[in-house]
Design a binder for this molecule. Structure first.
Ligand code: NAI
Ligand code: AKB
Length: 359
């Protein structure tokens, strides 16, 4: 699949531009903590993890944020801050890391996403469900603040789709969705039963120049790479498939603001967040302004069924009310930034041009 092609291109060259913009976005009202939290990110070499580490390191210092995964890291990752091996299925190994590094916050990104999960259900059950059991229990034992992302995929065909409120029926039809509902519920349960500081945001499709992990919303990243390289793209969703989406900078800022929000401000442990909703044809229309001869064809596959059961428009008014969530990027500036990100972080690198910013 296209993920393989992309990651083999310049996997070690994930660049820093989106996070640099974020780093200049300070939080003047935030009182400095006496000691920065020591943070462990699991599944840290995926689409969200590396960028998340950059943001958190810019706020708390390089040594305060430990990236972990079961993947061999690039040289660039190693040069940028602490990286360790951590298999989410190995409880003892995780215990050792938390104790030895005196971890305070756990950001749990390890997962198999929606499309990949359907290809290997037993593995998705292990990573997405057993993995969550491990980190939740760990967080309880060592009194960690824990963030576990959920997703629009935690809803299903019985949920209202336009808009989808924070609290409504959830009967997802993918193992990914089932495992995320499980994560939401067990996290809330540990909060009520043991006082665990469990925090969870339901993200929409996250868009960045880095290769995504095999989800249903991946087309909205792939189209940029294919359009800018070849001027054409075959989309696996129908042109009018509307899904909620968010630029990575907004996604990670939401995570940081939510993690920093005082407990008293939070009326619930699980919040919807989003920035926009669009269809492939609306995205292509905007992208055509940058690639005038762009030719997109549509060949729906099994991911269409998944998309048809997911929210079209996500209602995140609770997050906006309780901890003042506000997105910055809409469709127009998302496209402008993505064109720039893909060009600078991937295409120029492939073409051997000198990079001005190194991670
Ligand atoms: N990217 C998106 O559009 C969205 C992502 N999310 C959630 O955010 C989190 C991060 O997502 P991405 O970075 O996009 O995923 P990704 O698929 O790019 O990365 C997941 C990482 O988990 C790691 N992993 C797999 N098995 C593991 C194991 N046994 N032990 C430790 N690590 C293991 C993989 O090596 C990979 O680096 C996931 O929980 C996902 O469900 C939620 C909504 C949208
Ligand atoms: C929206 C998600 O959770 C993810 N990108 C997927 O499509 O599986």
């Amino acid at each position: 699949m296209w993920r393989k092609c992309l990651s083999s291109l310049v996997a070690s060259q994930r660049q820093v531009q989106p996070m640099l913009r974020l780093m200049h976005h300070h939080h003047p009202n935030q009182a400095p903590a006496t000691r920065p939290p020591k943070i462990l990110i699991t599944g840290g070499l995926g689409q969200l993890g590396i960028e998340c580490a950059k943001l958190l390191r810019s706020q708390y210092g390089s040594e305060s944020v430990i990236l972990s995964d079961i993947i061999k890291p690039s040289q660039a990752v190693l040069e940028n801050g602490p990286y360790i091996f951590a298999d989410i299925l190995d409880f003892k190994g995780l215990q050792k890391i938390v104790v030895n590094h005196r971890i305070d916050w756990l950001i749990h990104f390890s997962a198999l996403l929606s499309a990949v999960g359907e290809q290997n259900v037993p593995l998705a059950v292990r990573v997405n469900i057993e993995g969550v059991h491990n980190v939740i229990e760990l967080a309880k034992q060592y009194k960690l603040r824990i963030f576990v992302p959920s997703t629009i995929g935690a809803f299903g065909p019985d949920s209202p789709r336009n808009p989808t409120p924070n609290v409504t029926i959830q009967r997802p039809r993918t193992i990914y969705g089932v495992s995320k509902v499980h994560a939401e519920l067990i996290g809330e349960y540990y909060y009520h039963k043991f006082g665990l500081d469990f925090r969870c945001l339901r993200f929409p499709g996250v868009i960045s120049s880095d290769p995504p992990g095999g989800g249903t919303t991946d087309y909205a990243v792939a189209v940029f790479h294919e359009a800018l390289r070849h001027g054409k793209y075959t989309c696996y969703l129908k042109p009018d498939t509307r899904l909620p989406m968010m630029y990575i900078e907004d996604c990670l800022r939401a995570l940081l603001e939510f993690m920093r929000a005082p407990n008293e401000q939070l009326k619930r442990r699980v919040y919807n967040v989003t920035a926009m909703s669009f269809t492939p044809e609306e995205l292509v229309d905007k992208l055509s302004k940058h690639v005038p001869h762009l030719h997109v064809t549509y060949k729906p596959d099994s991911r269409q069924l998944i998309a048809d059961s997911w929210p079209q428009v996500f209602d995140d008014s609770d997050a906006r009310r309780d901890w003042h969530w506000k997105h910055k990027y809409d469709l127009t500036n998302l496209v402008d930034f993505m064109v720039k990100d893909v060009q600078e972080n991937y295409i120029n690198v492939e073409n051997g041009e000198r990079q001005t910013i190194k991670i």
